[in-house]
Design a protein around this ligand. Structure first.
Ligand SMILES: [Zn+2]
Length: 569
């Protein structure tokens, strides 16, 4: 492998506390090193910003519901990806790009690692096939557990050890990375035409509540000591007044301590917080409760969050929250797809237009930004758009512009048709905070890497870490004359390295890299009961045999990188 020296850039690395000092970054054999030989290839980063590769903590980029979105929205296929130099392959799609375009667009913005946030276990092989197809970026997928029959039955009897043994088996069978929970109990209730809109609503048949599912899965997560905390999309997403359900959900984490083997300090990750921070009783008196939610998270340090920023685009919503998508199609009367996944989960897909001329959309835009700007510790709050739900991930540079420039926010507020409503129903107009580049590096690199338990590997530029490096055409010594320059600089990197391979040069893809699939390999004590239960459920209920279910070997999982967890002691 080649040696590189990225010379004279302004380095922002929260892992080492470096705040824009002029430094050289040396790369050898895929890793950041102290020194390279005089033969190393030099990349001139003078007057440029250098950060670690960014880490995406929550996006929907691979698997059956993403593909369903692609298939049923031909109007989304803007063939805007032009192959360069015979390296880049053809891609298309705006809110649901093809696998190739997904890898390229992330890489061009300096992202080198991304999490697929909701893997239906039954279709894990499809998820991994798409991950295999996605170039450059390392990826991992979170299987969903919050409506799984095994989990509901074990937790009804408070069997944490069995729940944990089942989770360990499923993570291995699906090559998954973390415990994801979507509308706990509510998606299962949807199979009965019902939903769970509070943490205390009973789940039909199973005689359990969302609160019990959430607490049980946090405990199972900590029993195993997984790299990431339990990752939750709470009940009652997207409804006026839902912030109360969100607070009730967050309170369940109180007093639970992390089993801290991978450097994380939290037991719960609240995702797309914007969708869970709504006040009011209807769409007429809809208002922001970003302050109430961030006040709670600021005080309670065992929680991390991501934002779920609305980007004011036409997009395609998709979620394992089946009942929510049914509700959404009733609101906007656009097409709707719904799938039930046997004993495990469900999914829905509905297109959505976040119009700047609609007051609710404009207030949603404000809420996402308020959350990022009201969080005191950038190491616990990460920028996402819940791609593609609140907007495509390709809009990150625009979100960064709004977060780094009060002037850019003001310009957008002035462009809203219902400017007065945005100002009266949120406090976005009173916030003058502008994120620094250091805080941006915390929110997009060091923070998410730490929350995912990957801080020894990525999210920083310390010698020994993977050589994931992004160089931006942004000079931190020069005052920003025009906020548009921020968006432009973060859209296309001057250079990007993934595991020591240069994948982007002057904004163009120059290599398809050597992407890996990260997964957790958890060792647990032998548990004959759980193995018997699995065997029985496959015979009695599943439409597929256990042998055909598991995503085994290199055929399905490209370049697997196992993170070993020993839960036997
Ligand atoms: Zn999501």
């Amino acid at each position: 492998m080649s040696e590189y020296l990225i010379k004279n850039g302004h380095v922002f690395d929260p892992v080492q506390g470096i705040k824009g000092d002029k430094k050289d970054i040396a790369i050898n054999d895929g890793k950041i090193v102290d020194k390279v030989s005089s033969g190393a290839k030099v990349i001139d980063a003078k007057d440029k910003t250098v950060m670690a590769g960014a880490v995406e903590i929550h996006a929907h980029i691979a698997g059956p519901k993403v593909n369903l979105g692609r298939i049923y929205r031909p109007e989304d296929k803007l063939f805007s990806c032009t192959p360069t130099k015979g390296i880049e392959r053809m891609g298309g799609g705006a809110s649901i790009p093809t696998t190739f375009k997904t890898g390229y667009e992330y890489a061009k913005m300096g992202y080198t690692t991304a999490m697929e946030a909701a893997m239906p276990p039954l279709f894990s092989r499809h998820v991994h096939e798409e991950i295999r197809d996605t170039p450059i970026i390392d990826e991992a997928a979170f299987p969903v557990f919050g409506n799984n029959w095994f989990v509901l039955e074990y937790l009804k009897n408070q069997e944490i050890e069995n729940t944990a043994a089942y989770c360990a088996w499923l993570l291995r069978a699906t090559k998954g990375y973390a415990i994801k929970v979507v509308n706990p109990g509510g998606t299962e209730a949807w199979g009965w035409g019902l939903n769970c809109l509070s943490v205390n609503d009973p789940v039909p048949y199973f005689d359990i509540t969302p609160a019990e599912i959430i607490k049980g899965l946090i405990e199972a997560n900590e029993y195993l000591g997984l790299p990431h905390s339990m990752h939750i999309h709470p009940n009652n997403l997207g409804n006026p007044g839902c912030y109360q359900t969100t607070l009730d959900t967050l309170k369940i984490a109180q007093g639970i301590k992390p089993k801290n083997k991978f450097g994380r300090d939290q037991v719960m990750h609240l995702t797309h917080t914007q969708f869970h921070s709504y006040g009011g009783t209807n769409w007429g008196d809809f208002e922001s409760k970003a302050k109430e939610i961030t006040d709670y998270v600021n005080k309670n340090k065992n929680i991390t969050i991501d934002t779920g920023n609305v980007t004011l685009d036409e997009t395609t919503t998709m979620t394992a929250d089946g009942p929510f998508e049914h509700h959404l199609t009733g609101l906007n009367h656009l097409k709707w797809a719904n799938v039930d996944v046997e004993l495990e989960t469900a999914a829905g897909v509905v297109p959505y237009i976040y119009s700047p001329n609609i007051s609710v959309c404009a207030i949603q835009w404000a809420i996402g930004l308020e959350i990022a700007l009201m969080m005191k510790d950038p190491m616990r709050c990460y920028i996402t758009t819940d791609h593609p739900n609140a907007g495509p991930f390709t809009r990150y540079p625009r979100v960064i512009k709004w977060l780094m420039s009060a002037k850019a926010r003001e310009a957008q507020i002035n462009a809203f048709k219902h400017k007065d409503k945005v100002l009266s129903q949120s406090s976005i107009g009173t916030i003058d905070r502008e994120l620094s580049l250091y805080e941006l590096a915390q929110m997009t690199r060091a923070g998410p890497a730490k929350s995912l338990g990957l801080s020894a590997m990525c999210g920083g530029l310390k010698p020994g870490m993977d050589a994931d490096v992004a160089v931006y055409n942004f000079n931190p010594d020069k005052p920003v004359a025009n906020p548009e320059d921020i968006e432009k600089a973060f859209s296309r990197c001057a250079a990007v390295f993934k595991s020591g391979v240069q994948v982007v040069s002057n904004g163009d893809i120059v290599s398809n890299g050597q992407k890996r699939t990260l997964w957790v390999d958890v060792k647990v004590k032998e548990n004959p009961q759980v193995m018997r239960d699995i065997n029985e459920k496959f015979i009695k209920y599943y439409s597929m045999t256990q042998n055909n279910y598991e995503a085994l070997g290199h055929h399905f999982v490209p370049n697997p990188y196992a993170i070993e967890v020993d839960a036997t002691q």
